[in-house]
Design a protein. Structure first.
Length: 321
């Protein structure tokens, strides 16, 4: 057995590159199988939260013919924030390696470097694009454990809206606006989210998730979610790309509208539009009031039940064709 090296999609601006990942201790547990059904899927999901991380492991990033060294944190997480030596834009590959018993374990992933002036899209995941039943913890746990990624459902027309936002304002069809999925889900679910996005043809995106969990206790505790992480990550994105205007997408099952209101107040020139999905049978008066206040900051808002309404709104305000 050998350690496991997992890389995540990174991102860069004109001066800095950020890439990250985890190193896990050797294990005989099988990796999550996307085709597992019922109890096998439940076992595989639980196993994702019983992984053992490798603290203080030495990690190497190869960038522009340099080999840059760092070490993992206590939870096996590593992050390289380095000056950028690159003149490319779009998705660019990077390579990270670790040494084990004098053998090199290497993985390759990619990072996104958008051009200044592009549109940026930041979306929540649960109950914004994937039906997660956040309002009902029992239902949420049931679907996570007993429904594999092929059985999980997406809201109608989400992919159409996101694809249109991804291509908005781009003359070259191969170029896309930078997309971030910022969620209160943990890094444990990274592969599942990536696979779900690929199955439903959602735009390729950078994921920013919560700290990894490594025990069953932490797994069940994770359903008592704090959303401070989401605020900090979104704030970081807007500070990292100050020349970009953003579209923020969320839902009314959690605190997205309140979080986005704070973001709009702190970054009065950065947010172009906010979309909040209605998850219950009717709109919430408190959410509607928050959105009305956001609208006074010259930000377009849309509180919608079906993505077709969001698409029509994006066309009306000129974000998409």
């Amino acid at each position: 057995m050998k350690p496991i090296l997992k890389l995540y999609r990174g991102y860069a601006n004109e001066q800095e590159l950020i890439v990250m990942g985890h190193v896990f201790l050797p294990t005989n547990k099988k990796d999550y199988d996307f085709l597992s059904k019922k109890f096998k899927n439940a076992t595989a999901t639980i196993n994702m939260f019983r992984i053992k991380t490798h603290a203080n492991a030495t990690v190497y990033l190869e960038h522009h013919h340099e080999k840059i060294e760092t070490k993992t944190l206590d939870d096996g997480y590593f992050k390289f924030c380095i000056p950028l030596k690159e003149d490319q834009y779009g998705w660019i590959d990077y390579t990270v390696s670790i040494l084990y018993n004098n053998k090199t374990i290497t993985c390759t992933e990619s990072y996104n470097r958008p051009k200044q002036g592009d549109l940026g899209i930041i979306s929540d995941i649960d109950d914004t694009l994937i039906i997660s039943y956040t309002r009902s913890p029992i239902k949420k746990i049931y679907h996570l454990l007993f429904k594999n990624v092929h059985k999980r459902k997406i809201f109608d027309d989400v992919a159409l809206h996101y694809q249109a936002l991804s291509a908005a304002g781009r003359e070259d069809k191969l170029e896309k606006n930078i997309f971030f999925y910022v969620s209160s889900s943990e890094w444990n679910l990274y592969r599942l989210i990536i696979k779900f996005a690929e199955l439903h043809q959602l735009p390729k995106a950078v994921l920013l998730l919560k700290d990894i969990k490594t025990s069953l206790t932490q797994f069940f505790w994770s359903f008592k979610q704090s959303h401070n992480h989401k605020y900090e990550k979104i704030k970081h994105i807007l500070e990292f790309y100050p020349q970009i205007q953003y579209v923020l997408l969320g839902d009314d099952s959690q605190k997205d509208a309140y979080l986005y209101e704070v973001i709009c107040k702190i970054f009065p020139l950065s947010v172009k539009a906010i979309y909040i999905r209605q998850t219950g049978k009717s709109k919430k008066n408190k959410i509607a009031a928050v959105l009305e206040n956001i609208a006074t900051l010259d930000v377009a808002v849309c509180y919608f039940e079906h993505s077709a309404e969001a698409i029509a709104h994006s066309k009306k305000i000129g974000i998409i064709n």
